[in-house]
Design a binder for this molecule. Structure first.
Ligand code: ZN
Ligand code: ZN
Length: 203
């Protein structure tokens, strides 16, 4: 009897969560804002706009490109600080409470303690940034591969936005939320959430 009671409570809880989720998505009108940082080929933005809308079921809006903040450049490292760029954006980009923002740049990014980062995100917050620099085959002196580049960009964008939506790293190497230590990890994983992450994202 107790077991039946518990099951019902869980099912009822699940239904309530689903209703709440639908109501939230329907009422709050949140959107994902794509912000180009720096000057690069915009075709990747066209692809991401389409992909992210499908993946997250959020409206995607593109903003005018801004310059890469010069003061976030480290002369010693020859890279830009992702944390400092995010700090600048927090102080300068107006967002509605329910909106999420993804900054996209083609400059190489670093954060303290790491040689480079593909991106950085506020876990459960509003902002993330990705770098396209190391997603090009040409970065490794290999012939450019546009399809591979766009696929990598999608994975990094979904991964960082997944963090913004509250998802942590996932142990499944094929899940988009798996941590990419190198481009090999990025190429091995899919652009989709594993069933567990999908459940967390779509309870
Ligand atoms: Zn991550
Ligand atoms: Zn996962």
């Amino acid at each position: 009897m107790i077991a039946i009671g518990l099951c019902l409570a869980i099912i009822a809880g699940g239904l309530f969560t689903i209703f709440l989720r639908c109501a939230e998505l329907g009422n709050r009108g949140g959107k994902i804002i794509l912000l180009p940082i720096g000057d690069f080929d915009g075709r990747v933005l066209d692809a991401l706009e389409n992909d992210l809308e499908k993946t997250f079921n959020f409206k995607v809006e593109r903003r005018e490109a801004i310059k890469v903040p010069a003061e976030t450049f480290s002369r010693v490292r020859g890279q830009y600080s992702s944390s400092q760029i995010l700090n600048k954006l927090r102080g300068s980009v107006a967002l509605e409470k329910q909106d999420k923002m993804l900054g996209i740049t083609d400059v190489d990014l670093y954060t303290e303690g790491l040689n480079f980062v593909f991106g950085e995100a506020e876990l459960g917050g509003q902002m993330a940034i990705i770098s396209l620099a190391r997603l090009h085959q040409s970065f490794y002196s290999l012939p450019e591969n546009k399809t591979l580049f766009l696929e990598r960009a999608k994975k990094e964008a979904v991964h960082e936005l997944g963090h913004v939506f509250g998802l942590a790293h996932c142990p499944d190497p094929e899940c988009v939320m798996h941590f990419s230590n190198s481009l090999l990890d990025t190429d091995r994983k899919s652009a989709s959430f594993c069933p567990r992450c999908r459940e967390l994202w779509e309870p």
